[in-house]
Design a protein around this ligand. Structure first.
Ligand code: CO
Length: 633
């Protein structure tokens, strides 16, 4: 057998799984040249969550990142993860956007496209695969691995054969939750090798530790390529470490031929970065290993934890993990991978938080049930479908057939800010986030990024000794700022920050330390520490009282069911759902609260007239915060 080839995932899945995708391009730059020298089969550097995180949290242009990497990495093919018709987002996009995105990704430097559909509904891969083939680049199609009564080895082989017939140049077994056990891996690879004449790649996650053995057994069965990460970004919910695999296969017929010394030099760079930024090491907690019970994949566990913290319900995470398999069964056993992991995850969270199952269903859950993500692997339970969408028709066509072309519209809407076709795509994918990013980019052009330590802004304050918090730059998005660091902070420093905040033009500051998140707003501050809540710290500005309980007579409060962002309209250019003075009917949509990356429509519980809207569009809202008042009729 040939040497096994290795795809390095450090720059995409590695930090997405362990560091919330927060590695910046400048974190990568110093080590790219060395990585290029290793002799990897490919480097996974783009796609998945990296695109979204670049514009949402890092103030980076993802396209620019790709071009920068391409400029340095000359020898090794660059690979991206494409979520089928959802590209790098969470919803299906029209075909014209899919085609344009793939074309641009190829032009900017992607050589290998790994594409998957969360439901293994191959119809959703038709257009992406065709678009990839049109660029002349390598099209790798994935078979998403999961465990359920309907996911038999035959199902996987069958899916792989259909993908090969659709033009896939190679097949990836995508085990995003680390569920593939060694002997199943062996059988599956053997079967795929016997039935297909294209290379087979195995992508798995370490999580409960099965991955090491699964990779070795897959190597024995003849797998062509496997995925690993540099050790500081390996283990835990990420991939197994490349160093161990290289050593394990040394002197075998599958010897990778990679140089361990070079790999440790690279590991050293990432380890320094990890320590400097306070990023986590990949560890397996018992709760993580419960993946064998609940199948919740790597990235999703940490997201769920922080979402439950945000909702001030961290103590109920176990209930959520138990609810997930029930929701999954109700909804036809979708594999838990983006976007179905978010769909199942948020529904489980809501079922637990609301105290009644399927009382609140986000639009994405409804769309899933309507068939707009594709065909679920097994039928959705009849009574659950009724509870979620009533008598609505379920679609049976390829979902994107129902979508109107969007390119021209996106081009016009983003004309003021977009500087390139890539920008138009960014806007088409994440309109609200993109506009915020573009505005920030514009403002950056004629003013320096204001940093919290700029004492000039604090003119009234006598200069004091710099608090430790000011050592690291603050990233600023318009009037919002964020800070991440590993310094200790005490309550006095937090007070100081609030004071600074009051005297600058910055209205929001998010501070993250390993375990806690501090959200400061001009007139509100709250600190979330796992296990305890530090009471609100008051700044010099008046605090806005939340959830006023004065509801006189016929007035009904509409409150936020979760922590999130309030949107008055379905999209930036659309009219608001309701305005003060509007008559509404029970069940009518009033607004959206975006939480956990999903749009949750908030409906009127009663007929009435909107008498007050208490939050601004795109304003962050707290759990229980009053959004509007409705006078009952
Ligand atoms: Co993965």
């Amino acid at each position: 057998m040939n040497p096994i080839k290795i795809t390095d995932t450090s720059l995409r899945d590695g930090h997405q799984s362990l560091w919330a995708t927060r590695m910046t391009t400048s974190d990568m730059l110093p080590i790219l040249g060395k990585i290029d020298e290793v002799g990897y089969h490919s480097l996974e550097v783009w796609g998945g969550a990296t695109f979204d995180v670049c514009i949402r949290y890092l103030n980076e242009d993802p396209w620019e990142r790709l071009r920068t990497i391409r400029g340095i990495v000359k020898k090794t093919p660059l690979q991206m993860l494409l979520r089928g018709q959802s590209l790098v987002g969470y919803t299906h996009y029209p075909d014209d956007i899919v085609e344009k995105f793939v074309e641009k990704a190829a032009l900017n430097g992607i050589d290998i496209f790994r594409v998957f559909d969360a439901l293994n509904d191959v119809r959703n891969l038709e257009v992406p695969l065709k678009a990839i083939k049109a660029t002349g680049k390598h099209a790798q199609a994935s078979v998403v691995y999961t465990i359920s009564p309907v996911h038999t080895l035959n199902h996987f082989v069958d899916t792989a054969l259909r993908l090969r017939d659709m033009g896939a140049d190679s097949i990836c077994i995508k085990d995003m939750a680390g569920l593939l056990s060694p002997y199943v891996a062996y059988d599956l690879v053997k079967l795929l090798k016997a039935n297909l004449d294209v290379p087979i790649q195995l992508h798995t996650h370490y999580i409960g530790g099965l991955a090491m053995a699964a990779l070795i057994k897959a190597a024995e069965a003849g797998v062509d390529i496997i995925d690993t990460a540099s050790v500081p970004m390996a283990f835990g919910s990420s991939q197994p470490p490349v160093e161990t695999i290289v050593r394990a296969l040394q002197d075998s017929e599958r010897d990778t031929g990679l140089d361990l010394h070079k790999l440790f030099e690279i590991a050293n760079h990432f380890e320094q970065l990890r320590k400097h930024k306070g990023f986590e090491r990949g560890v397996t907690r018992i709760s993580d290993m419960r993946v064998f019970e609940h199948q919740v994949p790597g990235g999703m566990i940490s997201n769920l934890m922080s979402q439950m913290e945000e909702q001030k319900a961290s103590d109920r995470i176990d209930e959520v993990l138990e609810e997930i398999p029930r929701v999954r069964q109700d909804l036809g056993y979708p594999p838990l991978v983006t976007p179905t992991s978010q769909i199942i995850g948020i529904q489980a969270v809501l079922n637990v938080l609301m105290g009644e199952r399927y009382k609140l269903c986000p639009g994405e859950v409804k769309d899933y049930v309507r068939g707009l993500y594709g065909k679920p692997p097994a039928p959705i339970k009849e009574e659950i479908r009724r509870k979620i969408i009533g008598d609505e028709q379920v679609v049976t066509v390829r979902p994107a057939d129902l979508l109107d072309p969007m390119w021209e519209k996106a081009r016009q809407e983003s004309a003021h800010y977009a500087r390139s076709e890539e920008d138009i795509l960014t806007y088409a994918l994440f309109p609200q986030v993109a506009l915020k990013y573009f505005a920030w980019r514009e403002s950056k052009g004629h003013q320096d990024i204001p940093q919290i330590q700029t004492h000039d802004e604090v003119s009234a304050e006598p200069k004091k000794e710099e608090p430790r918090i000011t050592r690291q730059p603050v990233n600023r998005v318009s009037n919002k700022a964020s800070y991440r660091g590993d310094d200790e902070m005490n309550i006095d420093e937090i007070r100081e920050l609030i004071l600074l905040l009051d005297q600058t033009s910055i209205s929001e500051l998010e501070v993250q330390k390993n375990d806690y998140r501090l959200a400061l707003r001009k007139n509100r501050a709250s600190v979330n520490v796992p296990g305890e809540t530090i009471p609100e710290t008051s700044g010099s500005a008046p605090k806005q009282e939340v959830a006023s309980s004065i509801v006189a007579g016929n007035l009904v409060e509409v409150t936020a069911p979760m922590v999130g962002t309030f949107y008055a309209a379905p999209s930036p250019d659309a009219p608001p759902y309701v305005q003060v003075g509007d008559k509404v009917q029970a069940g009518q949509t009033l607004c959206i609260v975006e939480a956990m990356k999903l749009m949750n429509e908030i409906k009127a519980e009663t007929d009435g007239v909107v008498t007050d809207i208490m939050v601004d569009n795109a304003q962050p809202v707290e759990y229980g915060q009053v959004l509007m008042l409705i006078e009952k009729l």
